[in-house]
Design a protein around this ligand. Structure first.
Ligand code: SF4
Length: 694
């Protein structure tokens, strides 16, 4: 039993783990956090929480937190602690020196989806206004960038269409490439509640997730597809909808471009896209697929929920558009209970994207090449902006290896552990003359850093996060930053050291600037957020109270756009050397690369990553449950213990990636989404053999 004592004060704030965005009351004694209590009035959680938000906060005051800035001349030198003033002056002088020598576009930066909207906005502003280029990117590059591309193309805005309450009006849930009970637990519980009330469930996933079968819940249809064939499965479902006369033609005629629909309908109707023809590709039973398509099209309000099992593919953007096509074809858009709902992974990945973290877009998803938008920012910021889109993360790393990209400022992102092709990432970082890492701990990326700026946790700052339902929620300072600065203050001081005249006294002033420059945030300010508890964007003159459901009277882009999404097999092929397909995911007690949750008691629940393998494949290889195995791909190899289970189909293996020892990204491929470069983490051809251990 832990003696927690009596709290002296409490502060209501927002969880910093997943995109559900639960509200908590942080109970404090002095500067000690004693417990996190889920807040009954939280709009996203209504008093509920999961084990991460409730218990995994010990990392905030962990002894491994770095609290003093550090510099070193080269990465083989020991770190040397310096004052903040020395660190800012050194970082600014290095960035300026490199730009003078190699050109304005030789430097860039990465924003953090763990940080607040205000902090993210400042980092991209520093890069655009201070560095004078658009070399800014964010971790959405490796998770939901296809969502941004796909939903903007089809609907006109890069976000989910519904609020979480919408699920209470849903009759049929189609869950594809998502494992909400582990990755979005509080919303996963809400989905289960609706299913227990009688809603029907379709799961498209190579693995039998908890949602497929759990107490009192049985999916009406589970389509255990071959990894990498999402587009083929969705096209086959569309084939059934169109050829069996189940399309909602009245909705399509009124709300969508009819000519584009006709082209798309002709494409999906072709015999080569029937469930039977595609079955050898998808490995899905055609009768089951037909039944699932009929249920989604005719079972009442149909809502699609998806996760990284959709986006992290070479056809990630095509899959998002195939989902949008299916929703429009069946009229499942624009009212409560329906819609297309990306389950965003990180607490503020929606916000980071909204705030202009992509190299081609300013805040509110407006293209940098648009002169009128650029002029608005130029007038406000008093600088000329580069009209050319900048480099994405993989392109920054390529340019570093080629010698034209020399310095990077990374806030709250461990790209060495989380990005694909670890060897390429390390080669890119090693080739740079100045790597500035701002983080809580000396992470793997910091091994390549020359300047380390201590970061701050969500408990040490004011600001806002935006969750998966576009809900902007307050983050409130609970304790004094261990390092003396919140992350937004560190960015501000770096900007000042580079000569920018920034004088924000509080994140509320940054939000005022965001609202001034971003039409979808025009009605947002800290006072209104305090009064309302939260606001869902767009919040503006047309929607002063915010927007729980989007596209009610029309799509943001005008007419909904059908896009032909032909299935293209991945270049990642199985063969005699690598006969199995590896796919990856998360577990309830841990979060992403585990930097926070591994520094809490949660590790007791899941001390290592395991490789799930089907009993038939295990027997073929002479593997025993719990024994070490070697997992090898064309990219590399690693060692972990086997977990023999029929949750995965024969031919498929699965692991989580929460522990650095697993090094899952040493194994994954360097193929990526054709439109956004989102890596194809979910499909890697591998071999599994017995091993004596690491
Ligand atoms: Fe935090 Fe997500 Fe768990 Fe809610 S569901 S407590 S936001 S990790």
């Amino acid at each position: 039993l832990i003696e927690i004592g009596t709290p002296e004060r409490s502060v209501v704030t927002t969880c910093a783990y997943c995109g559900v965005g639960c509200t908590f009351r942080a109970e404090m004694r002095g500067e000690q956090l004693v417990r996190m209590v889920p807040w009954k009035d939280g709009k996203a959680n209504r008093g509920h929480s999961c084990v991460k938000g409730r218990f995994a906060w010990g990392y905030a005051q962990h002894e491994e937190r770095i609290t003093r800035p550090m510099i070193r001349a080269s990465i083989d030198q020991p770190w040397q602690e310096v004052s903040w003033e020395q660190a800012f002056a050194h970082a600014a002088s290095e960035l300026k020196r490199i730009q003078a020598k190699y050109g304005q576009r030789s430097i860039g930066g990465i924003t953090s989806s763990r940080c607040t909207n205000e902090e993210t906005f400042l980092v991209q502003k520093l890069i655009r206004a201070g560095f004078g280029n658009n070399n800014v990117d964010t971790c959405a590059r490796v998770c939901h960038s296809p969502t941004g591309y796909g939903l903007k193309t089809t609907f006109g805005t890069s976000a989910g269409t519904q609020d979480f309450d919408s699920v209470e009006h849903t009759d049929v849930m189609l869950v594809i490439g998502a494992n909400p009970t582990d990755a979005h637990p509080v919303f996963g519980s809400r989905m289960k509640k609706r299913l227990r009330e009688g809603a029907k469930l379709i799961v498209i996933d190579p693995r039998r997730t908890d949602l497929v079968r759990s107490p009192h819940i049985e999916a009406a249809h589970h389509l255990p597809l071959r990894p990498g064939t999402n587009v083929a499965v969705l096209t086959a479902m569309a084939h059934v909808v169109v050829t069996e006369g189940l399309a909602d033609e009245a909705f399509i005629r009124e709300r969508c471009d009819w000519d584009e629909y006709r082209d798309w309908a002709e494409f999906v109707s072709h015999e080569r896209n029937s469930p039977e023809t595609l079955a050898p590709v998808t490995l899905v039973d055609p009768a089951e697929l037909r039944a699932a398509a009929r249920l989604y099209a005719t079972g009442g309000n149909g809502a699609i929920y998806y996760g990284l099992g959709v986006t992290e593919h070479s056809q990630g953007s095509s899959t998002v558009m195939a989902i949008a096509n299916l929703a429009m074809a069946t009229g499942n858009i624009g009212r409560p209970g329906v819609g297309v709902n990306p389950l965003r992974g990180q607490n503020n990945v929606q916000g980071a994207c909204d705030m202009g973290s992509f190299p081609h877009e300013l805040s509110g998803y407006r293209h940098i090449s648009d002169g009128a938008t650029r002029a608005l920012f130029e007038q406000d910021w008093g600088v000329d902006l580069d009209p050319e889109p900048g480099l994405r993360i993989p392109n920054m790393l390529d340019a570093a290896v080629d010698g034209s990209f020399k310095a990077i400022y990374i806030q709250g992102e461990d790209i060495l552990q989380s990005d694909p092709d670890t060897r390429h990432v390390s080669a890119g970082l090693a080739a740079m003359e100045c790597v500035i890492v701002q983080d809580l701990f000396l992470n793997e990326t910091a091994n390549y850093a020359h300047i380390f700026l201590p970061g701050s946790t969500f408990l040490e700052k004011d600001g806002t996060f935006t969750n998966a339902e576009r809900r902007i929620q307050p983050v409130r300072k609970v304790m004094t930053p261990l390092n003396g600065y919140a992350d937004w203050e560190v960015t501000q001081e770096l900007a000042r050291a580079m000569g920018l005249d920034w004088n924000y006294a509080h994140p509320g002033e940054i939000m005022d600037e965001i609202a001034r420059l971003t039409p979808s945030f025009a009605g947002v300010n800290f006072r209104r957020l305090d009064e309302a508890g939260s606001l869902q964007w767009p919040v503006n003159e047309a929607a002063p109270q915010g927007t729980p459901t989007m596209h009610i009277d029309g799509f943001v882009r005008g007419k909904g756009k059908f896009v032909v999404t032909d299935y293209v097999p991945t270049d990642e092929k199985t063969g005699p050397r690598f006969p199995l397909l590896l796919t990856t995911g998360r577990i309830l007690s841990h979060y992403n690369v585990g930097a926070q949750t591994r520094r809490t008691a949660n590790t007791a629940w899941h001390p290592e990553d395991r490789l799930e393998i089907h009993p038939v494949d295990a027997e073929d290889r002479g593997l025993k449950d719990g024994e070490w195995v070697r997992l090898a791909s064309r990219s590399g190899e690693t060692t972990l213990r086997a977990l023999i289970t029929d949750r995965v189909a024969p031919g498929v293996v699965y692991t989580t990636f929460h522990h650095p020892a697993t090094q899952a990204n040493v194994v994954t491929t360097d193929f990526s989404d054709w439109a956004t470069n989102c890596p194809e983490y979910k499909v890697t051809a591998v071999q599994v053999t017995p091993s004596n251990g690491p």
